[in-house]
Design a protein. Sequence first.
Length: 164
Amino acid sequence: MSEAELLKVRPLCTVDIRLDDGAPLQLGQSPWRNRRVSYIAGGTIEGARLRGEVLPGGGDWSELGQAADGAALTLIDVRSIWKTHDGASIYVTYGGRLVIPAASLADFRDPAKVEALADDAYYFRIQPTFETADERYGWLNALVAVGVGRRTASGVRYRICGLD
């Protein structure tokens, strides 16, 4: 592979999303899927290229599963609105994967213990897509991005990078 073909990763932002204090709404196992819904209460966006707030009202319509080895599997399906520090509105959606080995599951579900889990105690990756009509941030409409997630006591934190 030539140098020109290699992906170049550049930090975009760190996003801290607060989830609603209530437990996720468990819709249960239907004939097609086992879905639950978590509501976004708000959040912050910090970074050299993007900063502002995550507005309340979005959510995660995730699907739950389980691997043969007992690991908890989640297909992530988030829709949210971000407001930049200078007033631009950005519609952000992302899918991803969360895999929590059985040995980490109890601590992952405990807000008092989750932040002490090692980085390799679970796998949490997303691929955000951005949509905005604001010309100052039009470059986001063409950006391919990836993120690494961490559960926090009050929600989730993502470190997001753009691929140049």
